[in-house]
Structures are given as structure tokens and as C-alpha cells.
Design a protein around this ligand. Structure first.
Ligand SMILES: [Ca+2]
Ligand SMILES: [Ca+2]
Length: 178
């Protein structure tokens, strides 16, 4: 399962080659860049874990277009990136959060979405996983004034645009075209 990989991060001070390969899949960084980012992360977080308060503080520092006075939105943003739900942000979750917000090409964004949100790890995005992507966008205030059912509705729209029913799955090529 997707969580198998995530949970082992943060247990040791240095990255194994295997961990670097996994991070390359979600980040498109070179091994050298990953080691550098990891060094920086450990400087900030010697324990290899970032608490919720630190995560929210970091968002403030980076000054994303994000309403930090909205406590509910903060909680949601944190929950979105705490993929293994252990209450802290580990290095791989941190990188995903950073890359989700950095401007990038469509193709690499799609790649990151796939690596980050294919929770079942089957190489396809199902309706639930696509909903989670839009939940993340709402949580990060990338979508203004979203309805409570925005994520689910938008996910259904994406499936409809691609000519798929809600209970089918999207592969990467379809998403890039869409
Ligand atoms: Ca975590
Ligand atoms: Ca999947």
C-alpha cells in the first residue's frame, strides 16, 4: 500500500538509496538535490519530524496565498499532507507539500498528483482519490469560496469531461490530456 513507503521516513538521520528513489518519484529532484533538501530539513527538524505548529508556521514564513487566520483551513492543509496520519510531517510529506505549491509544468504537476494521491498505489486515480486532490486544493485556499461538496462535484466533472463514469479510474495519460 502507499503508506508502506511513507511510514519509514523520519526513522533515520540519513536517506537510503531506496528512499531517494522513492522521493524522486514524487519530486522530480536529482539525488543530489534530495540530499541537500534533506540536510536543510534536518537542520530545521533535527528529529526528522515537523509538528503541526511548525508546519503552519512554515506556511506563514513562505507567505503562500493562504489565509492563516482560518484555523479550520490550517487543520485541513495539515491533514492533507500528513499522508500517513501520524500527526507529524516527515521529509517526504514535506517535499510533497512544497512541490504541490511550487509553479511547475502541467506534466510534472500531474506526475506529482499521481505520486501523492494514488493512495491505493495501483497507478490509477479513482473517484475518491481525485476528490482528495480537490479537497487539498480547497484546504490550501487555491479555490476561493468553495461549496462543501465542491471536491466531490469537481471530481465527478473531471470524470465526465474524460468520458468516464464515477466508478472507473483515470490513468496518467488521460489526466495530462484533460
Ligand atoms: Ca506524517
Ligand atoms: Ca489508486
Amino acid at each position: 500500500m502507499g503508506n508502506r513507503i511513507v511510514t519509514k521516513f523520519g526513522k533515520s538521520k540519513s536517506l537510503t538509496d531506496e528512499e531517494i528513489v522513492e522521493i524522486q518519484k514524487i519530486s522530480k529532484l536529482s539525488a543530489e538535490e534530495i540530499r541537500e533538501e534533506h540536510k536543510g530539513f534536518l537542520k530545521l527538524q533535527p528529529t526528522g519530524k515537523m509538528t503541526k505548529e511548525q508546519f503552519i508556521h512554515m506556511y506563514k514564513l513562505l507567505d503562500f496565498d493562504y489565509d492563516m487566520t482560518d484555523k479550520v483551513a490550517c487543520e485541513k492543509a495539515f491533514a492533507t499532507f500528513d499522508k500517513n496520519k501520524n500527526g507529524t510531517i516527515e521529509f517526504d510529506e514535506f517535499l510533497l507539500a512544497m512541490h504541490f505549491l511550487r509553479p511547475n509544468t502541467i506534466e510534472s504537476n500531474v506526475d506529482i498528483l499521481f505520486r501523492g494521491f494514488d493512495f491505493s498505489g495501483d497507478g490509477y486515480l479513482d473517484h475518491e482519490e481525485v476528490t482528495a486532490i480537490f479537497d487539498g486544493a480547497v484546504a490550501l485556499n487555491l479555490v476561493k469560496d468553495a461549496d462543501p461538496d465542491y471536491a466531490e462535484k469537481t471530481a465527478s466533472e473531471v470524470f465526465a469531461i474524460l468520458g468516464l463514469s464515477d466508478n472507473s479510474k483515470i490513468n496518467k495519460e488521460q489526466l495530462i490530456k484533460g
